[in-house]
Design a protein around this ligand. Structure first.
Ligand code: GLY
Ligand code: MN
Ligand code: MN
Length: 461
């Protein structure tokens, strides 16, 4: 945990953003894997973590905006628990670490909420995303689970976004440590990418590195020679010469700050001409987009810059044609780059996404597009100092999507379908870094992970 003052200060800042009532934060519970006593590894809720820091299940926090008091609710363990789990810190000791002086058993939470409801006080809460929490909050507040979403507090959501989006130096340092572990994961994965190796051998090894150095992976490892499937979690293919291997993986520490990095390498370690051609286009899009990062620039603009660079590069390879800027404006690049350029990163790998993508990533000035491709951009608004964003352009040859577009002759003024046909066996390439918005520009976080053709070939030699 950070020092207790960090959490007290975060709660104080949150209080200043809201006018009255109580804020209810439910921590996460254990979640059964295949029977009640066999649970998944415990993962605390990120908002609870941000404001209270405590990493134990079955805790709740209340911030009373009118009284100016904070509370932690939880039950101390008994001897039966100690036999199985060992001695655990008391709720009082845990709360002190978060700078909270007032504690009570969980039954006390029911009382406080009941009293607040009886007095008609506003109870602010964020959208729950786990079944256990949905039931807990639904029972506490007497709101049917299907109506919870409509009763969440937009002022609270907006206040949390305002605070959590801007990372301070301590948070950036934690993220950066996780990028450094990702360096080890990725360089190990690259060295293992030889013909005859099965994907799961690499996936298991790099997940093991995360577990041995910090904590779990920050999302299920994406690793495939079929990188054209954006989030491919199938790890049963055998690597073969001529294929490219996409590895999209990161990890998180016990504070839950995370990394999210993608590298794509040729199986065997040497790019062939066709692979090099596409790779350089993605690399240029990654670097051009990164260099454009600075406060005040709408992320949507940087996404479109990357899209234009991709259209330009694909045009030079004869896969696309016409004016690249026009092609990007009309969405022709989305046949090859159908996703967004990136997303915020922090306590969640898609930071804050549970609070609602549009509230995080868009505002009055920059609205979400409904068009294919651009609609998948999770974040479009202006960047600010302290934001940490991923920059992750890619080029994918998705045979099923190509077939649909070709049958419709879609945007054929920009696409050489006959050439595209010859790339249907290519797979995909994505290159992703974690980038801090600084006062006057950007900083790519962590120890540099081989990225250029030469750097990758040298490492894999
Ligand atoms: N790791 C999933 C993503 O890059 O968004
Ligand atoms: Mn990723
Ligand atoms: Mn990402």
């Amino acid at each position: 945990m950070f020092p207790s003052a960090v959490y007290s200060d975060r709660r104080k800042k949150l209080r200043h953003e809201l006018s009255g009532g109580i804020i209810l934060f439910l921590g996460n519970q254990e979640v059964p894997f295949n029977y009640p006593a066999n649970t998944y590894s415990f993962r605390q809720d990120s908002n609870f973590s941000y404001f209270f820091g405590l990493d134990h299940p079955d805790l709740a926090g209340i911030i009373d905006l009118d009284e100016g008091m904070d509370y932690i609710f939880g039950n101390d363990v008994d001897i039966d628990d100690i036999i199985w789990m060992g001695v655990q810190p008391t709720i009082k000791d845990q709360a002190a670490k978060a700078g909270v002086m007032h504690t009570a058993p969980l039954t006390g939470l029911n009382e406080v909420v009941k009293n607040a409801l009886a007095k008609g006080r506003k109870i602010h809460f964020v959208p729950p995303y786990r079944g256990e929490t949905i039931l807990w909050i639904s029972d506490l507040l007497g709101i049917p689970h299907l109506e919870l979403k409509a009763n969440t507090s937009e002022p609270l959501i907006r206040a949390i976004i305002k605070l959590r989006m801007k990372k301070d130096a301590m948070e950036v340092a934690e993220i950066e440590k996780m990028v450094d572990v990702a360096w080890k994961m990725h360089t190990t994965g690259m060295k293992m990418a030889k013909a005859g190796v099965v994907e799961r051998e690499i996936a298991g090894t790099i997940e093991g590195i995360a577990l041995s150095q910090c904590g779990p992976v920050s999302f299920p490892v994406i690793l495939s020679i079929n990188g054209q499937t954006l989030h491919n979690h199938y790890h049963g293919n055998t690597l073969a010469e001529g294929r490219m291997l996409v590895i999209d993986a990161g990890c998180e520490n016990d504070l839950h700050y995370s990394s999210d990095i993608t590298r794509t390498v040729p199986v065997g370690g040497k790019f062939n001409a066709r692979q090099k051609g596409i790779y350089e286009v993605v690399l240029n899009a990654n670097m051009t987009a990164t260099r454009a990062v600075k406060p005040g620039v709408p992320f949507k603009e940087i996404h479109m810059l990357a899209a234009t660079e991709i259209a330009k590069g694909l045009t030079s390879l004869g896969i696309m044609k016409g004016d690249p800027a026009d092609a990007a404006r009309k969405g022709a690049h989305t046949l090859f780059f159908p996703h967004g350029l990136g997303h915020p990163l922090g306590l969640d790998v898609h930071d804050l996404e549970g609070l609602g993508e549009n509230l995080i990533g868009y505002d009055e000035e920059v609205q979400r597009s409904k068009e294919f491709g651009l609609a998948f951009l999770r974040f479009g608004r202006k960047l600010q100092e302290g934001f940490v964003m991923t920059i992750e352009p890619g080029i994918y040859f998705i045979p099923e999507l190509i077939d649909i577009w070709k049958a419709e002759n879609k945007l054929s003024e920009f696409i050489n379908y006959n050439v595209v046909e010859t790339y249907k066996d290519f797979g995909g390439i994505r290159i992703e870094d974690d980038v801090l918005v600084t006062a006057d520009g950007y900083r790519v976080l962590g120890k540099p992970i081989p990225k250029t053709v030469t750097e990758i070939e040298d490492l894999m030699k």
